[in-house]
Design a protein around this ligand. Structure first.
Ligand SMILES: C[S@@+](CC[C@H](N)C(=O)[O-])C[C@H]1O[C@@H](n2cnc3c(N)ncnc32)[C@H](O)[C@@H]1O
Length: 262
């Protein structure tokens, strides 16, 4: 199944490798950095936890889960025009109904520059219109997503909240933003953007849940700190061409690693 959201940093290009590496059986699927949740929508696990620091992402999944037809009604009422884009962009999502809030995010991400989610310091989405309007999800895609999300626990907040639920036999897929570096700074610019200290926290947490018996798969840009910090884990290195930040207009080839403990 295709994801609902267009999302810079999505692992669409690595889906084949991720699918191959995912364990064949597990109790629950846990994805604490969900974004467009490409792997979740591909595996369609029967029990799952999806988390994200971005409240708009989780609010969208909640609304689609609970009322896909109402989300569709609002989504298709938004004209695919420049004026509508900037009107939607300046709305305060917390003042909208659940369905309007979801429709707004789906529309903005399908229309914005490079599918980048970026906000100003006050948390207001500020990405300009992209060069075309991508096709919106169909009613049946929204209904299928709703079905896939029925048995999913949705958590807004830092990864620590959703990871805390991991235990023996769970599969945890971790796809954090690249941590702060001059080259990739700005990929997720909003309050609480992922920093080096967050990466250290994440690695410590990986060790804890691994000790509890969870199967953990971490995708990240290739860097010594991650691989050296998990010396007993397996590593698969991949070359991927990806769009970063967007605002330098850059599409670069980057080396990514998949690090896993099973
Ligand atoms: C690389 S994207 C994940 C992409 C996802 N795998 C996909 O297929 O679309 C990283 C996600 O982590 C979220 N995020 C950033 N910092 C976070 C944090 N401290 N805790 C939880 N989520 C965070 C971002 O909002 C973003 O959606």
């Amino acid at each position: 199944m295709n994801p609902l959201l267009r999302w810079a940093g999505s692992k669409r290009k690595l889906l084949h490798e991720l699918r191959e590496l995912a364990p064949h059986s597990y109790k629950r699927y846990i994805e604490p950095f969900a974004g467009s949740a490409v792997l979740f929508f591909d595996l369609l696990p029967s029990k799952a936890v999806l988390g994200d620091l971005n409240a708009e992402v989780i609010a969208t999944y909640l609304s689609v889960r609970d009322d896909p037809l109402d989300v569709a009604r609002h989504l298709y009422s938004i004209p695919q025009t420049r004026d509508a884009y900037y009107l939607m962009r300046q709305l305060d999502p917390t003042g909208l109904s659940n369905s309007q809030r979801a429709a707004r995010l789906i529309f903005l991400m399908k229309s914005c520059f490079n599918g980048v989610y970026r906000t100003n310091r006050s948390g207001v989405f500020n990405v300009p219109l992209g060069n075309r309007f991508f096709t919106l999800p169909s009613v049946s895609a929204l209904e299928s997503a709703s079905e896939a999300l029925q048995k999913v626990e949705l958590i807004t907040g830092d990864f620590s909240a959703s990871i805390a639920t991991a235990s023996d036999g769970d599969f945890v897929y971790l796809d954090p933003p690249y941590s702060d570096s001059t080259r990739f700074r700005g990929e997720y610019s909003y309050q609480g953007a992922f920093q080096c200290a967050d990466l250290e926290r994440l690695i410590d947490t990986c060790k804890i849940i691994s000790g509890k018996g969870a199967k953990v798969l971490l995708s990240f840009k290739e860097c010594d700190s991650v691989c050296d910090s998990l010396p007993d884990w397996k590593i698969k290195r991949l070359d991927v061409s990806r769009s970063v930040a967007g605002f330098a207009g850059s599409r670069r080839s980057a080396r990514e690693v998949l690090v896993y403990n099973y």
